[in-house]
Design a protein around this ligand. Structure first.
Ligand SMILES: Cc1cc2nc3c(=O)[nH]c(=O)nc-3n(C[C@H](O)[C@H](O)[C@H](O)COP(=O)(O)O)c2cc1C
Length: 322
């Protein structure tokens, strides 16, 4: 079992936010699986993302990897809140739902967090132990035109982090996490922690977990490298040419991100004692039990997958568990 502030993930295995956790049917099926200890919704915005045929996913024909050009969910947050309410009202389980959200500005984020808190209040989640609703702020989608992942520039993320910190100050039962992009050099990790160490609430971190990592942006595959490309005469495997790479191709990088954060948070050279309780959900190329165990060895408290789940359906969690 993994305890992430007020939520418990048992078993410590879940889906990470993705196109296959988009609607009520996906979410209910994930929730009903005895092999998931939590579920994560696809990233929602206030109004819903304008999805068209340029947004898609393809699987590699040489490894269990994928390339996707998706933005955020076409369904607005309000729709997810209705679905989460339905799922949780129909169950007495402690299994939590991690609601993935994003916003380009602090006002939008504040309103999204308040509507999630409103739902928690309605469901009695503020007084419940453990809680069943957590928030994950997605700072790392690589496919948004003219909006590079904010997780690559923590200083610019500060207004959003302050909004989360204010929400945590008002209600310290709230579990908040950040979905981070893959980092490739040490200062990126240190800068993130430096900024977070400056937003403490009565010496507690409002951020309780990191989900490491999102897909690796600016990646490209040609049609002959994938299963069932868009159309035989298309120039690239996805219409936007570049997209986010996931699955086995990013496993080593994801392990390195989980390991580096774990060392900086809790290792012999830990530099941010105030952040030492932040837990890590290890994500990236978890396609086998061995890969899941590697994530745990690198420091993950819980492990999540998207590509393997996209390939196998909800049975993926059973395969990872047996
Ligand atoms: C088709 C697809 C859609 C995704 N959509 C989201 C999303 O909406 N929000 C998010 O935080 N991550 C999203 N991701 C990233 C995954 O959550 C995960 O971080 C990444 O794919 C690496 O894990 P994996 O190798 O198990 O797929 C998406 C990934 C895929 C493949």
């Amino acid at each position: 079992m993994a305890t992430l502030h007020s939520i418990q993930i048992s078993p410590p295995l879940l889906n990470s936010s993705c196109a296959w956790s988009s609607n009520l049917r996906d979410l209910q099926e994930l929730y009903d699986s005895p092999f998931t200890g939590a579920i994560t919704t696809r990233t929602a915005t206030i109004a819903g993302f304008n999805q068209d045929e340029s947004h898609t996913v393809v699987f590699s024909n040489s490894s269990l990897s994928a390339l996707n050009s998706y933005g955020y969910s076409p369904h607005p947050l309000s729709e997810y809140l209705g679905w989460v309410k339905q799922i949780l009202q129909g169950s007495t389980s402690d299994k939590p739902v991690i609601i993935s959200i994003t916003s380009p500005n602090a006002d939008g984020l504040e309103s999204m967090v308040s509507s999630i808190q409103e739902l928690r209040r309605e469901l009695g989640d503020l007084e419940r132990t453990p809680s069943r609703i957590a928030i994950e702020l997605n700072t790392s989608c690589p496919n948004i035109r003219h909006a590079s992942p904010s997780g690559y520039s923590f200083v610019h993320l500060l207004p959003l982090l302050k909004t989360l910190s204010t929400a945590f100050e008002a209600d310290q039962t709230l579990t908040i996490g950040l979905k981070l992009p893959p980092y490739v050099y040490r200062e990126q990790f240190v800068d993130a922690l430096q900024v977070l160490s400056g937003i403490m609430v009565s010496s507690r971190s409002p951020i309780s977990f990191f989900a490491c990592t999102n897909t690796l942006g600016s990646s490209l595959l040609f049609p002959e490298q994938v299963v069932a490309a868009q159309s035989a005469d298309s120039q690239f495997a996805v219409p936007s040419a570049t997209g986010g790479l996931s699955g086995e191709s990013v496993h080593a990088l994801a392990l390195g991100n989980v390991y580096t954060f774990t060392q900086l948070l809790r290792g012999p050279e830990a530099r941010f004692p105030s952040l030492s309780k932040i837990k890590i959900i290890g994500v990236g190329g978890v396609t086998s039990k061995e890969a899941m165990e590697r994530m745990r060895k690198a420091g993950a408290g819980a492990v999540a997958c998207a590509t393997f789940y996209g390939k196998e359906g909800v049975r993926a969690f059973e395969l990872l568990s047996s």
